[in-house]
Design a protein around this ligand. Structure first.
Ligand code: UDX
Length: 443
């Protein structure tokens, strides 16, 4: 059992801290937000993450999980300090290290015992060396400090599951001893540990996210071609995925990726490359393709409906993916802007992301509390997020509630034959349109 501090209780820090306490470590999570800390002390998670409240509660109860706003208290006599503060994107796409800088100053001021610093935040290659240098320069007490890059690969919405069932734990340490300690800490998870140097660990995180984003933009481009040549993207992706070298995951075509990681990390990696005199051509295309893909439904709607001026359009789903209330870089932001610009009358519903949506979606959208209300009298519906409650809808609701049953589905939620039998006009991604009860084929 180790004594661990985690700085930053965003979803990475909080899930990491909670999971480490659950495998038996004594964990103190530090955050500057008093209100948030008070809520967490009561076992209430500030983020929506399935299963998190429950694991939090049982570890608070067991006396292994603590929350504080005090750096002095938080850093006191810890074996390891995990840095999990945000690294937001600056205007030029580079990572903003403001919060990292603040933490290094706090650590240097307060640590009074030998300590290992573990960076969970996604940081540009070389940042861990910078963190170590900064801390050592400012140390008040004469202690030994080591650094380990231990990037997270958690997916929002399944972060708790991922913390206990990830594919690998990457440990990039500046010394064998520090690496051994971190490997040991993680042993109870039973997940394979991959040991490497600090800079390679930092790069593994960026390269992994960039590769996954590439898979998505690639399959979206194939989907766009499928529409033109009359092939079906789902069959194409299944056939491709049967090749183990390709793999079947992350081949779901749709309205493009969003979220807190892919958009930010792809831009940051392209910028890291540029700063090092390398033009990352492929990654820049991936980013461009994704931005274009966000417009795919609006473009289709304009082709099918002509002008959208005065048309009532319902948006189903606003979060960047299901099981989260996160709106960061959600395609819904671009879609609603385009629809409003085209003069449409936009009504939106999301099972849990509406409060966050109101903060980032342009003004002019009307929010309602159910699918049925969103559909009432609509001329068209756009599906942006594949929430289970949308996928499980009885399709007769579209005919019953809408002025005209016309669906633009950005997540391929429904089977084409079922849609054809329900007699709905339906346009999805990389598949034939369904019009007047017929699946249109190209001959
Ligand atoms: C991602 C990585 O998966 C995770 O390892 C990393 O730590 C953080 O970034 P996350 O952003 O939570 O996690 O979501 P993820 O489930 O990976 O989905 C990202 C986006 O890609 C979503 O907008 C999703 O809708 C989209 N996506 C995903 C697709 O469009 N098609 C797919 O096949 C998979």
């Amino acid at each position: 059992m180790k004594k661990i501090a985690v700085v930053g209780t965003g979803y990475v820090g909080l899930v990491t801290g909670v999971a480490l306490s659950d495998i038996g470590h004594d964990v103190t999570c530090i955050d500057i937000d008093e209100h948030k800390v008070k809520r967490m002390q009561e076992g209430k998670s500030p983020i929506y993450e399935p299963g998190l409240d429950e694991v939090m509660a049982r570890n608070i109860e067991a006396g292994r999980l603590h929350f504080t706003t005090s750096h002095e208290e938080g850093f006191n006599s810890k074996d390891v300090i995990y840095i999990a503060v945000g690294t937001p994107e600056k205007e030029d796409g580079t990572a903003d290290l403001r919060f990292i800088d603040q933490v290094t100053a706090d650590i240097a001021t307060h640590v009074a015992d030998d300590v290992i610093i573990v960076t969970k935040s996604t940081v540009p290659v070389g940042t861990n060396d910078y963190i170590l240098k900064k801390i050592r320069e400012r140390l008040i007490h004469k202690v030994t400090v080591n650094i380990v890059s231990n990037p997270e690969f958690l997916r929002e919405g399944s972060a708790v599951y991922d913390a206990f069932h990830g594919d690998r734990i990457v440990v990039g340490a500046d010394s064998k001893e520090a690496g051994d300690v971190i490997e040991d800490i993680n042993k109870p998870f039973g997940i394979q540990v991959y040991r490497t140097d600090v800079r390679s660990a930092e790069m593994i995180k960026y390269a992994s996210n960039a590769f996954l984003a590439t898979k998505i933009s690639f399959i979206n481009e194939i989907a766009n071609i499928c529409e033109k040549v009359g092939a079906n993207i789902e069959d194409v992706a299944t056939g491709m995925g049967m090749d183990d070298r390709i793999g079947s995951k992350f081949l779901n075509a749709g309205i493009g990726y969003g979220g807190s990681c892919f958009p930010k990390d792809t831009k940051a990696l392209a910028q890291i490359a540029a700063n090092n005199d390398h033009h990352f051509e492929l990654l820049e295309s991936v980013i461009r393709v994704n931005n274009q893909q966000h417009s795919s439904l609006t473009t289709k709607a304009k082709t099918v409906m002509g002008s959208l001026k005065g048309k009532k359009v319902a948006l189903l789903g606003l979060a960047f993916k299901p099981n989260t209330d996160d709106m960061r870089e959600s395609p819904a932001i671009a879609v609603s802007s385009e629809l409003l610009l085209a003069g449409a009358d936009v009504t939106a519903y999301d099972p849990i992301a509406m409060d966050n949506a109101k903060k980032v979606i342009p003004e002019g959208v009307t929010y309602v509390d159910s699918t049925e209300e969103a559909l009432a009298g609509a001329d068209a519906v756009f599906i942006i997020t594949d929430w289970p409650e949308f996928k499980e809808l009885d399709l007769s609701v579209f005919k019953e509630k809408m002025a005209t049953p016309l669906l633009f589905d950005g997540r391929n939620c429904y089977d084409l034959n079922t849609v054809a039998s329900a007699n709905i006009n339906y346009y999805s991604i990389g598949r034939s349109p369904v019009e007047n009860g017929d699946i249109k084929t190209i001959s």
